[in-house]
Design a protein around this ligand. Structure first.
Ligand SMILES: C[S@@+](CC[C@H](N)C(=O)[O-])C[C@H]1O[C@@H](n2cnc3c(N)ncnc32)[C@H](O)[C@@H]1O
Length: 384
């Protein structure tokens, strides 16, 4: 299959980006999901890409020059990604094995949790390799179970069905894994995203070194930040709007034998207001909201949301308290995030010291030529 792109698209690929938008495609031989040879406006073969007939992101480049995309390409890249994780984390049993474009496997996400694997194929082109991906994961890891979490709304842009199911091995309800001396468990088919936020595991661990006194883990999901901090603080209150997530926090608390963690089902915006009215105070607060900014158009409203929770959290902290504040919105970039935090601090009349500026871990690598691969910010602040 052959696709031709315009000068703008060609320049984008030559600068190292992997995506071509539909508006830069000038001709398509056949409207069919799969692989396509990509030609420049001057007729030069640029490489091969995954082709999505319905999505605004029409092409995701995988090879440059005459190299074709075959099943071996997928196998070799998965093997390379796994070897890199094993090299980086020889002791760990949980990591993001493949982070899409940044691992040269566009739109493929694979998370390994001990003897289980969860994956997502997020484009129509990558979907055509799904059976082969499952086969490769079985060969590479010999897992007990493989789960498909293809219920991300991103797939709707690709005209792909939303599916979540066990595709190999035991369809276990709960998966657990060890990290930093603790057991973290989650439900692979019921939980959010791939079931667990592996991108925050080192941030949760790092934050625990500053955590003290009474802690609020707001937007706690299955309690990652609170569990990491529990041995160092007097108490943790885990707050989330999801009851299944809070039930999981309780199971995780029991599995680790902690007695100082409580849960509360609430909307964090309301809960922070309520604490303010009651003049309730904390020594440590973690804020890890979902992505408020889904696209550039919603940035203004999202900014207000981020500012509101950060401003309120700053006011709820006792002097010298610790704020661990995250944003997983790619559009809320580092510059905007820092501006929002300094405005919140100014309005709260609480000077802040930046103690650690953290982001996503090395198993979620960033391609500097593709800013879309950078999304997570996790700052640890002292609020004076
Ligand atoms: C990014 S996840 C948190 C991940 C978690 N901190 C961890 O490290 O595993 C965001 C969480 O916020 C919850 N959530 C979303 N909107 C909420 C709201 N308005 N109030 C309370 N919880 C909310 C979701 O249920 C989800 O568990």
């Amino acid at each position: 299959m052959k696709v031709t792109i315009n000068q703008k698209g060609t320049e984008r690929l030559l600068k190292g980006h992997a995506w071509i938008f539909r508006s830069d495609v000038t001709s398509v031989e056949k409207e069919q999901a799969g692989t396509a040879a990509v030609y420049s406006h001057q007729g030069k073969l640029l490489g091969e890409a995954l082709y999505s007939p319905k999505s605004l992101i029409a092409l995701r480049l995988m090879t440059r020059g005459p190299e074709k995309i075959t099943q071996s390409t997928i196998r070799e890249r998965l093997a390379m990604a796994l070897a890199r994780r094993r090299e980086m984390y020889p002791q760990d049993e949980a990591y993001r094995l493949a982070f899409g474009e940044a691992d040269h496997l566009p739109s493929l996400i694979v998370d390994r949790f001990g003897d289980s694997v969860v994956f997502q194929t997020l484009s129509a082109g990558m979907e055509t390799f799904k059976d082969h991906i499952v086969l490769c994961l079985r060969e590479l890891l010999g897992p007990r179970s493989i789960f498909e979490r293809n219920d991300s709304s991103v797939r709707q842009h690709e005209d792909l069905p939303l599916i979540r199911q066990a595709v190999y091995g035991e369809a276990r309800e709960e998966i657990d894994f060890r990290f930093s001396g603790k057991t973290f468990a989650f439900q692979p088919l019921e939980g959010q995203k791939t079931g667990f936020f592996l991108d925050q595991r080192f941030n949760g661990e790092a934050a625990s070194r500053y955590a003290k006194g009474e802690m609020l883990d707001a937007f706690c999901y299955v309690g990652q930040f609170g569990l990491h901090a529990a041995p160092r603080v007097a108490s943790v209150l885990c707050v989330d709007a999801s009851e299944p997530a809070l039930a999981q926090v309780q199971r995780n608390v029991q599995a680790n034998g902690f007695e100082n963690i409580q849960t509360r089902g609430a909307n964090v915006f309301d809960f922070l207001k309520e604490c303010d009215l009651e003049q309730r105070r904390f020594d440590t607060i973690s804020l890890d909201p979902p992505a408020f900014v889904k696209n550039k158009a919603s940035l203004k409203q999202a900014w207000r949301g981020y500012k509101e929770i950060n401003l309120r959290a700053m006011r709820l902290l006792r002097p010298g308290g610790i704020l661990i504040t995250s944003s997983c919105s790619q559009h809320m970039n580092v510059e905007l995030f820092e501006r929002m935090l300094s405005e919140a601090a100014r309005d709260a009349r609480r000077p802040i010291q930046l103690l650690e500026k953290r982001g996503q871990p090395a198993d979620h690598p960033i391609l500097l030529s593709m800013p879309e691969t950078e999304y997570l910010k996790c700052y640890i602040l002292r609020v004076e």
